[in-house]
Design a protein around this ligand. Structure first.
Ligand code: NAP
Length: 337
């Protein structure tokens, strides 16, 4: 089978498509014939060696991918050949609080990811996907979508009438926007360019604020929502947290998801305690959350936006597009066909 690996040393230039023996599912396992895999920002960090410089190589990248089950081992009751499934990001995190083992055992690093024609997984580490989605659309759900769902629904307790602040127009922010609207919430978004502002408005954002032109964007957001927003989907990290803390209402929630604007730096934590704000870390999510999310996506017929599907031998170009940050939808790779 064809497999894409980063080998030798880290770097997009060290991605290779190689041949490997086809894996066979053992007891309790299934084999997925992968059709499409998709990229997250984390995958770029992983391939560059920035996510975990001690990651052993070769590594098969990409946490997200979808395909049909084409072989089933003994003692698998709830899945059958022909089921369309994704590999879950944290295949051992079934529900409830995560264990250290569950959050260290994640696809696309440290364990091999979905950029292979066949992937064998424990049956509990895969989940079915909504039938209205194309393979490319379905491939995008395990990481960015579940992260947004966990922030707003599993741990955020979003309610109709809430106001949600999403930062930027990337994968996590776009899913968060969809899930906020799905729950009857209002969305305020920040972005750095006009085209993305139009995209966010078309997708349903009520107000869009340019964070590049308005350094005090937290104050600008507050002008549109009285006491402040109920939820912040924080993808900027240390560089944006101060503004998020200005934008959030007393008693509101900031879900800390990404560090696009820096992981370290001085942050005044006084508003967290003085305004009784809950700052919660989010690490993707568990299987139970994924199943709840896909039920909601199927009911609402939500469709993720796809930027482009690259062929397997164009995988380096797919990573380069992610690196150039010129994409507005999800970047995918067709693994078979
Ligand atoms: N904790 C978790 O479980 C988890 C899961 C998934 C992702 N993440 C992290 O979340 C972050 C976003 O991931 P993604 O997949 O959504 O990335 P992405 O699709 O590449 O989106 C990045 C977008 O973020 C916006 N952005 C960049 N810098 C910003 C800043 N300083 N302030 C506000 N917005 C900014 C930009 O939007 P505009 O171009 O519109 O300005 C950019 O297009 C990454 O750090 C990723 O590693 C964490």
């Amino acid at each position: 089978m064809k497999v894409c690996v980063v080998e030798g040393t880290f770097g997009i230039e060290n991605l290779r498509v190689v041949d490997r023996a086809e894996p066979t599912p053992g007891p309790g396992q299934v084999r997925i014939a992968v059709s499409v895999a998709s990229l997250n920002y984390r995958d770029l960090l992983m391939v560059r060696g920035h996510y975990n410089p001690r990651q052993p190589l070769p590594l098969v990248p990409l946490s997200d991918g979808v395909g049909l089950i084409d072989a089933v081992g003994d003692r698998v009751d709830d899945l059958a050949v022909g089921d369309r499934v994704v590999g879950l990001f944290a295949p051992r995190w079934v529900a409830g609080e995560p264990t250290r083992d569950a959050i260290r055992y994640t696809r696309g690093g440290p364990i091999d990811g979905m950029l292979a024609q066949y992937v064998v997984s424990d049956a509990a580490g895969v989940a079915k996907v909504p039938s209205h989605l194309s393979d490319a659309e379905a491939s995008t759900l395990p990481c960015a979508a579940l992260t947004a769902w966990s922030a707003l629904v599993t741990y955020g307790g979003i309610k109709a009438g809430d106001t949600v602040l999403v930062q930027g127009s990337g994968g996590v922010a776009s899913f968060a926007l969809d899930f906020a609207l799905m729950h009857g919430a209002r969305v305020i978004a920040t972005t750095s360019c006009d085209v993305n502002a139009d995209y966010l408005r078309e997708r349903g954002a009520d107000v869009v604020v340019r964070y590049d032109k308005t350094p005090e964007w937290g104050k600008a957001v507050r002008k549109h929502c009285g006491e402040g927003v109920d939820h912040v989907v924080e993808v900027g990290g240390a560089g944006t947290l101060a503004q998020s803390l200005r934008a959030v209402r007393p008693g509101g929630t900031v879900s800390l998801i990404g560090v696009l604007a820096g992981a370290r730096g001085p942050v005044d934590l006084t508003p967290v305690l003085m305004s009784n704000v809950r700052v919660q870390g989010i690490f993707v999510g568990h299987r139970e959350g994924f199943v709840a999310m896909t039920r909601a996506i199927a009911r609402a017929c939500t469709r993720p936006r796809i930027e482009r599907v690259f062929p397997l031998d164009g995988v380096s170009a797919a990573f380069s597009m992610m690196a150039s940050a010129t994409h507005r939808g999800k970047i995918c790779v067709a693994v078979s066909g």
